[in-house]
Design a protein around this ligand. Structure first.
Ligand code: ADP
Length: 463
């Protein structure tokens, strides 16, 4: 559509120009022709009258005015040219001066629509002005010629119109439409995040320059995006380092303190045993933190394979069942279909489900149902996974922070604050999205959408 509009505009502008040129040219040509014809008639009339002058003078000498009229009419109808000649007598005496001294002419339209041109050549007899000789020229042929010229001009205008329409349309599409289409495609690609593109056109015209500018711009955006990513990575590393120091600091000082007590040798065997237990549990806590940190660091997808999310959730449900049972929680799995396939890393996706279920269970100290729902998403080619709980809900003030590493509202030793940031990272790496809805005191629902990537052939299968 765009191509057509542009080409149509170029055609219209061009044709308007051609029309103006052809019309002006034709008008000038016809006008010049008419002037030239008029001049020819006047000169011809003058020559004719000059040639007849002696005979008219003779007739006047012999027979007076009546003879003049007869002679003029006689000569007018003889010879090669059969113009109508007529003597126009002066209204007064010869010499009264009511006839112009030079040849004059008028054009008259007849009753039948044809036109006649009259040229008047002043006549002098015996040195006196004696009226004029009127020479009448029929303009039938002349007008016919003019009409044909107009037709010829119109015909050539039509030919130029049609030919240039075709030529400009194709040239417009080739030179402007297609290159623009490529540029638009490239700009759209850049908009969708495909940065650092080579120029879409190699032509050495303005469009080529525009393509180079767009490519340069996409390159600069990429460089800046990399710089931003680098900065945000650095800030994440900073946050992580601070978090690790804080999280490991407490158990380490507990371990150190207990170890000093044991080393002091003043403890009873029971107290030594108790300290050893504390050291063990603090060591376990540190191991958990380190394991989760490793999970967080390893967020790029490992192996990708086709997997049935229903089956994966069922397995995770079975694994979590004993723990849930202990807390009086019933884990329910609801699925819209017996199988729902996605492409992803099974271990990472299992971790996502485990982390969400653990959080849901933590939010329900008094027990109750936790629902794991699976369905095809409204968005085509995506699967939705939901974890519903009817627990404490998320405080609105914390909503924006829950995905931050080390953000936790749980007691020391209960949470590391890494669970949701791991979930977020894994979902992102799988090309999915995550949303949360929560109402304080009523419960929380985490919704994850994952692409199905149904094209089995393009998928690396490791199962
Ligand atoms: P952790 O569970 O170790 O605290 P997470 O990153 O998994 O770390 O969660 C961060 C915080 O988000 C939790 O401390 C809690 O406040 C909140 N949260 C996460 N899931 C839920 C849930 N289902 N219900 C209520 N709060 C939740």
């Amino acid at each position: 559509m765009f191509q057509f509009n542009l080409a149509a505009k170029i055609i219209l502008v061009f044709l308007a120009g051609v029309l103006a040129i052809v019309v002006t040219f034709s008008y000038q040509t016809i006008r010049r022709q008419q002037m030239w014809d008029q001049q020819w008639r006047d000169t011809h009339a003058e020559t004719l009258v000059e040639a007849l002058s002696p005979a008219i003078a003779k007739a006047y000498e012999e027979g007076g005015r009546v003879a003049i009229q007869q002679a003029v009419e006689f000569y007018g109808h003889s010879g090669d040219h059969s113009q109508d000649l007529r003597w126009v007598e002066p209204s007064g005496e010869p010499g009264s001066g009511n006839i112009a001294r030079q040849v004059s002419s008028i054009t008259v339209t007849n009753a039948d629509g044809t036109r006649t041109a009259f040229s008047y050549v002043p006549l002098r007899l015996e040195g006196q002005e004696a009226g004029a000789i009127e020479v009448a020229y029929s303009l039938v042929d002349h007008d016919h010629f003019i009409l044909e010229s107009v037709y010829a001009s119109l015909l050539s205008l039509l030919a130029v119109f049609s030919l240039s329409t075709v030529v400009i349309y194709f040239a417009g599409v080739r030179l402007v439409g297609r290159p623009l289409e490529k540029l638009i495609q490239q700009v759209n690609d850049i908009g969708e995040g495909k940065l650092d593109q080579p120029p879409a056109l190699r032509s050495r015209d303005e469009l080529g320059e525009l393509a180079k500018a767009i490519s340069g711009m996409s390159h600069r955006i990429k460089v800046q995006q990399d710089a931003i990513r680098h900065t945000s990575r650095l800030s994440t590393v900073g946050t992580l380092a601070a978090g690790v120091a804080h999280e490991l600091g407490t158990p380490l000082s507990v371990v150190g303190g207990r170890a000093s007590l044991i080393a002091g040798g003043l403890l009873s065997p029971d107290e030594v045993k108790q300290s050893a237990h504390i050291i063990k549990s603090e060591a376990d806590r540190m191991a958990t933190i380190i394991r989760q940190l490793l999970d967080f660091a390893r967020q790029q997808p490992g192996t990708r394979s086709r997997l049935d999310l229903v089956e994966l959730c069922r397995r995770t449900q079975d694994l979590m069942h004993p723990l849930a049972n202990k807390q009086g929680i019933e884990l329910k799995l609801e699925t819209s279909r017996p199988e729902l396939w996605v492409t992803g890393d099974p271990l990472q996706l299992q971790q996502v489900v485990t982390n969400l279920l653990t959080n849901a269970m933590d939010a329900m100290p008094d027990g109750g149902p936790v629902k794991l729902r699976l369905s095809s998403s409204d968005a085509e080619g995506r699967i939705r996974l939901e974890v519903h709980d009817s627990g404490s809900g998320i405080d609105p003030a914390h909503r924006d922070r829950i995905f931050e590493p080390f953000f936790t509202t749980k007691d020391v030793g209960q949470g590391t604050g890494l669970g949701l940031s791991i979930v977020y990272g894994i979902v992102q790496e799988h090309g999915g999205s995550i949303q949360v809805e929560s109402e304080a005191g009523r419960g929380t629902c985490f919704q994850i959408e994952l692409p199905t990537n149904a094209d089995r052939a393009s998928v690396e299968t490791t199962t």
